[in-house]
Design a binder for this molecule. Structure first.
Ligand code: SF4
Length: 284
């Protein structure tokens, strides 16, 4: 049990829900891209790569608790922008410090994965980086352009395929409602198609939220944007799940933004999810 916290984070710090018990180590502050229209995570934050000595000092601060650390999450939004050599030095330091370390994970953008060779990714995997959280958001090129994601259907597949080839598992996020009324259908179908091709280990969905209000969000989109109402969000979710052909992907829609919590394994639970959504739509 850690009775006081030995390091001071540079706020805000974000992590996926499943990393709640992980030690978070910040390698960067913010996100090097920081341009996605819907994202306010680091909008007030200047991207910065931390000095290696500072990162090592944070890791060393947990030496008294070394035997308790099993998982580490590398923050902030974009650590895979760092050189492979630098990441390997951090991973080596983590492995040397925490004898029972089982897994290191991080957020990753497909473009940053593409920039590394498969053998570099393999080296990172062998050094402990086992899981990547990838905010795919949508498989539809029009939606990706509109939200200024800096990725395409093809770049996302290339990045996910490359990390998979290196042995890394991916946890992929899709945002329900991201295409608004205009692109709802193509967003659902193309996102499902992208996932069918890449077969990620984990999939989660969030619902598009306007943390600074809809006028602010609409102004950041590249064209008129008409948000979905709750029935339309359900219908989009239904179309998305109907089009999925996943073999063995753990699915969660339990983020605080979701109206409907679904948990299971796709494809096994696909028909069950569809029936649940059918019943909700019928009552609406
Ligand atoms: S890449 Fe991720 S963290 Fe960066 S702006 Fe886009 S959604 Fe936000």
């Amino acid at each position: 049990m850690i009775s006081y916290f030995p390091i001071q984070y540079h706020e805000p710090v974000f992590r996926p829900p499943s990393e709640a018990k992980s030690l978070i180590i910040q390698l960067t502050y913010g996100c090097s891209w920081n341009k996605c229209a819907f994202c306010e995570m680091y909008s007030d934050q200047q991207f910065k790569v931390r000095q290696e000595e500072e990162v090592f000092a944070d890791i060393d601060a947990f030496v008294p608790y070394a035997n308790q650390i099993r998982r580490v999450f590398l923050a902030d939004g974009d650590p895979m922008i760092l050189s492979t050599k630098r990441l390997l030095r951090v991973l080596a330091h983590l492995n040397n410090t925490f004898p029972f370390l089982q897994r290191v994970s991080a957020y990753a953008s497909p473009n940053n994965l593409i920039r590394k060779t498969t053998s570099e990714l393999k080296e990172l995997y062998d050094a402990g980086l086992k899981l990547l959280f990838v905010g795919v958001e949508s498989g539809d090129d029009d939606v990706l352009l509109r939200i200024n994601k800096g990725e395409t259907f093809d770049s996302i597949i290339a990045g996910l395929d490359k990390s998979k080839e290196a042995g890394m598992a991916s946890s992929v996020m899709i945002i329900n409602g991201l295409g608004g009324k205009q692109y709802s259908r193509s967003h659902a179908i193309s996102s499902a198609r992208l996932l069918n091709i890449t077969q990620p280990k984990y999939l989660s969905t969030l619902v598009l939220s306007a943390y600074k209000g809809w006028p602010h969000l609409k102004a950041r989109m590249k064209a008129d944007f008409y948000p979905l109402n709750s029935l339309e969000l359900m219908q989009e979710m239904q179309l998305f799940i109907e089009n999925l052909a996943l073999e063995n992907t753990i699915f969660r829609s339990d983020h605080v933004s979701n109206f409907l919590v679904l948990k299971g394994v796709l494809g096994r639970d696909r028909d069950k999810f569809i029936s649940t959504i059918d019943r909700i739509i019928a009552k609406a």
